[in-house]
Write a protein that binds this ligand. Structure first.
Ligand code: GLV
Ligand code: MG
Length: 321
């Protein structure tokens, strides 16, 4: 069963801040900060020797701090590790405030089924104010190969897929130096024309993965979120990376540093020119009642554009609410 086609936005997830569960000093600031969502990390930001301690710290922080209306997730360890199942059980049993389990290294639909089944069993014995959702990292060759099945795996709990470019590059054996940034190796050089300089064109090695994830998400009414951009001293590069994800249909991006939160919130909000366009389209189409297509400034506008305009205005209202 899949969700009906459309924009089931559910919650805002323009920015998702990563906070290691062992970094207690960042918790209060993260809880009060401007990120739409955040996750406490038990996985790759935590050393193996501190896995049990990190889990206990996450439980204490979730229950002890005021997280406001923020979407709160925990990235558990992978299902194939000695810690993943313990993380899920401890968090689901003890943290009624937790919104989402973030599952890393999701490789197949059955991984989602395992988490869903555990959550459903635990929710029968605990009193939660709301059921827990799931978001999954697509960051392995297997995960991308199975992404359509993964996106359809849990209509009741799965809310988002996230592209984890660091692990993905590792998994496919890519020669990739700076996580999230363009790769100068992935280029083509024009053939020499007499007297002309050869021109180098940069390509995007992750276009296929991003576009495939976005399409799988939209086909199942869930959110597509872009992952890390690790050079936090390069805001311009971050914005370019976020804009390219937005152009493909992604709704948000990780912030691995607090300075990236506002950048993500800005990129994934409707832009002033988009808002002006959307308002004009809605007004003109209402005036032209009964006509499916009109022209605005010499450009054809039909019902597809009207729908797009409404999506933009709904997103504006959701942000303002
Ligand atoms: C995130 O976990 C990544 O691997 O990029
Ligand atoms: Mg990863």
């Amino acid at each position: 069963m899949t969700r009906p086609y459309g924009f089931d936005r559910g919650r805002l997830q323009r920015s998702e801040l990563a906070v290691p569960a062992t970094s207690e000093r960042f918790f209060a600031k993260a809880a009060a900060g401007p990120a739409d969502a955040l996750f406490l990390d038990l996985e790759d930001a935590v050393a193996i020797e501190r896995k049990d301690e990190a889990r206990a710290m996450a439980v204490e922080a979730i229950n002890g701090l005021d997280w406001g209306t923020k979407t709160l997730a925990v990235r558990v360890n992978g299902l194939d590790t000695p810690w993943g199942y313990k993380d899920i059980i401890a968090l689901a049993e003890s943290c009624p405030r937790l919104d989402l389990i973030l599952l890393p290294k999701t490789g197949r639909a059955e991984d989602v089924y395992v988490v869903e089944t555990l959550l459903s069993a635990i929710e029968q014995t605990t009193k939660r104010p709301h059921p827990m959702g799931i978001e999954c990292l697509i960051e392995t060759a297997a995960g991308l190969a199975n992404v359509e099945a993964i996106a359809a795996a849990s209509p009741s709990r799965l809310e988002a897929l996230i592209f984890g470019v660091a692990d993905f590059a590792l998994s496919i054996g890519a020669r990739d130096a700076l996580t999230g940034a363009p790769n100068p190796l992935y280029q083509v050089l024009s053939t020499p024309d007499a007297g002309a300089e050869r021109v180098r064109h940069w390509n995007d090695p992750f276009h296929f993965a991003l576009a495939r994830i976005a399409t799988a998400c939209r086909a199942n009414g869930i959110r597509a979120i872009d992952g890390p951009f690790t050079n936090f001293g390069d805001p311009e590069g971050y914005i370019a990376s976020a804009e390219r994800a937005a152009a493909l249909g992604f709704e948000g991006k990780w912030a691995i540093h607090p300075t990236q939160i506002d950048l993500a919130n800005r990129v994934f909000s409707p832009q002033p020119e988009e808002l002006a366009w959307a308002e004009l389209v809605v007004t003109r189409m209402e005036e032209a009642k009964g006509r499916g297509a009109i022209a605005i400034d010499g450009k054809l506008i039909d019902i597809a554009h009207l729908k797009r305009a409404r999506v933009v205005l709904e997103q504006r209202d959701r942000i303002a609410a």
